[in-house]
Design a protein. Structure first.
Lengths: 181, 391
């Protein structure tokens, strides 16, 4: 994933949303703070180079490639050395699957990596709420107009009843006074 | 001459003015620090805690407590409860000031505030809840501004413009209710994206509904709470109609708040049942949750009902203040206290004193503007040139 600094407002909702707490923020930049996160060295990759960390790692602990190939590689390693790895590729399904994939010899929880995240991608968590927006926009005016119409009508009826009551009272009063005279 | 100076000086040096002056001065210093040294210098925000008091209090509480505008205008213009008409203008004014202050506070919190319009003009992130919040808050701020202008236009004596805008009342009220429904709920929906960070007792599929329904409670309670304050400090500005209708407003809104609180209590319980979170109630987080649910939802519902039945205005007013506090507790729980509950204590957030001071500054600016407007414009009384017939 890349980050376009030129449109970032700096709201930091991405940091709220990230369950892995990856994005960081330049809190000491007063006017041009940026979000910082790994982009797999995107500029290098577009030049056909490896990400810096992969190229620099002296023990080749890091591999870079297409996600499918990496998954294949990971499963292959677990199969070959079942005693060396926990039988889980972290990131394959977590929060819908991530671009970073991890193998570990100790439980991931011991490394401070959460195992309770589930497999739902983050955008799906809010898509339902966003989907109700057009429903509210379409139906609220209908509902509110209905309520408005009812309250208007009640007002009209009570006004008419009041007028009728007054007319009736005036009429009886007139009749009575006519009788008297 | 020296006598005159002494008089004007003593009338300026009221306790309110002195305290407000100090806070404003402090706020200006913090403003300078924020925009010269960054958020790091004035806040305790961190990469674990990207949102602090300015979001948890200024934004979440600010928007909820400014709900009186849409609640009152809907009650009067849509539900036809005309006897509360005198409550509309003060409620619209606080709503407008509330939202304006929310936007003011946001300018400190976001990294590049001049880019706040970017989501509308440069690039839309329509899949983000925050886009929805931003769009609705911006539109609603405009709506509230237009709804407020008749008071200012009457003050300025611009009769034609004032009458023109009054014709828009119904359209603006509809828009206000729709936009408020959307962004009040969306503020809750923001947290749907972080089930791994918000404590399960507060995280729920229903959180947008919780936020919307509690905003109605906040709106109703704020109208009562604020009404009692304005009555205390600006009674000389209130005309006979306002004074006469004031009790109706207290009883009517108190009754409504009692009902909505009861409904809110039910949906909060359903939220627990839906996710089968009962076992969390026996933890210390559960105890804190029960304080909120029983102390700030169930209790005020009962107290409002008692106050209305026994015609006890004092009780209703205190309950309104308590309920407003409860809304603040809820929003701080969701935004700060129960958020990141999984982090070790050393990584938890507590606001820097300058964050608290700036929040106070924002509230103080609101109070100063509010005082200026109610002492100059026809908010608490009807302008003699524009009397409306009352039912």
């Amino acid at each position: 994933m890349t980050y376009d600094e030129s449109v970032c407002v700096g709201c930091r909702y991405c940091m709220i949303a990230c369950p892995f707490e990856i994005p960081t923020y330049e809190y000491d930049e007063p006017l041009s703070p940026r979000i910082m996160k790994c982009t797999f060295c995107h500029p290098r990759v577009t030049q056909g180079l490896l990400p810096g960390c992969v190229e620099a790692c002296p023990t080749e602990a890091l591999s870079f490639g297409k996600r499918e190939d990496m998954l294949h590689l990971a499963r292959e390693r677990i199969r070959k050395y079942p005693g060396r790895y926990v039988d889980h590729v972290y990131g394959e399904h977590e929060m819908g699957g991530t671009s970073w994939l991890y193998l570990s010899g100790v439980p991931f929880r011991d490394l401070g990596m959460r195992e309770d995240l589930g497999t739902t991608p983050a955008p799906e968590l809010t898509s339902g709420a966003l989907a109700t927006v057009p429903m509210v926009v379409a139906l609220w005016p209908v509902l509110l107009t209905g309520i408005y119409a009812i309250s208007k009508r009640k007002e009209k009826i009570s006004k008419r009843e009041k007028e009728e009551a007054i007319q009736k009272a005036v009429k009886t009063a007139l009749e009575q006074s006519a009788k008297k005279s | 001459m020296s006598n005159l100076v002494a008089i004007s000086r003593s009338s300026l040096l009221t306790p309110f003015n002195v305290v407000a002056g100090i806070i404003v001065l402090l706020g200006l210093i913090i403003t300078f620090l924020r925009f010269t040294q960054g958020l790091g210098a004035v806040t305790n925000l961190s990469d674990y805690n990207p949102w602090g008091l300015w979001i948890g209090f200024d934004l979440l509480c600010g928007v909820a407590l400014a709900a009186g505008g849409y609640v009152t205008s809907a009650a009067v213009y849509i539900f036809g409860l005309k006897k509360y008409h005198s409550a509309v203008r003060p409620a619209i004014l606080t709503g407008f000031l509330g939202y304006a202050l929310v936007v003011l506070a946001l300018n400190y919190d976001v990294g590049r505030p001049w880019r706040l319009p970017y989501p509308f003009i440069i690039q839309q992130g329509t899949t983000s809840v925050l886009f929805e919040v931003g769009a609705c808050v911006l539109l609603y701020l405009i709506v509230l501004f237009v709804e407020f202008t008749p008071s200012a236009l009457e003050w300025l004596g611009l009769k034609k413009a004032r009458n023109l805008i009054l014709r828009l009342t119904m359209a603006l009220t509809f828009l206000g209710v729709i936009l408020s429904t959307l962004h009040q709920s969306s503020l809750g929906a923001l947290f749907l994206i972080a089930p791994s960070k918000l404590h399960p007792l507060w995280y729920s599929q229903y959180i947008p509904v919780f936020f919307f329904v509690s905003s109605i409670i906040a709106g109703l309670s704020m109208v009562i709470f604020e009404g009692s304050l304005t009555h205390r400090y600006f009674a000389d500005k209130m005309d006979a109609i306002h004074l006469k209708e004031k009790e109706d407003v207290v009883f009517g809104f108190g009754k409504a708040a009692s009902f909505v609180l009861a409904g809110y209590f039910m949906i909060k319980v359903f939220g627990i049942a839906m996710d089968n979170n009962w076992h969390w109630l026996s933890t210390s987080w559960g105890a804190w949750f029960l304080v909120e649910l029983l102390g700030f939802v169930a209790l005020p519902s009962l107290l409002y009902a008692t106050g209305v039945r026994e015609k006890n205005i004092g009780l209703i007013k205190w309950t309104a203040a308590w309920t407003v506090l409860g809304i603040v507790v809820n929003r701080l729980n969701v935004g700060l206290i129960a958020f990141n509950w999984h982090l070790p204590a050393s990584e938890r957030y507590f606001p820097h004193w300058m964050e608290i001071a700036l929040s106070l500054f924002v509230v103080t600016v609101g109070l100063i503007v509010f005082r200026f407007i109610v002492t100059h414009m026809p908010i608490l009384y009807e302008h003699p040139d524009y009397k409306t017939p009352h039912a």
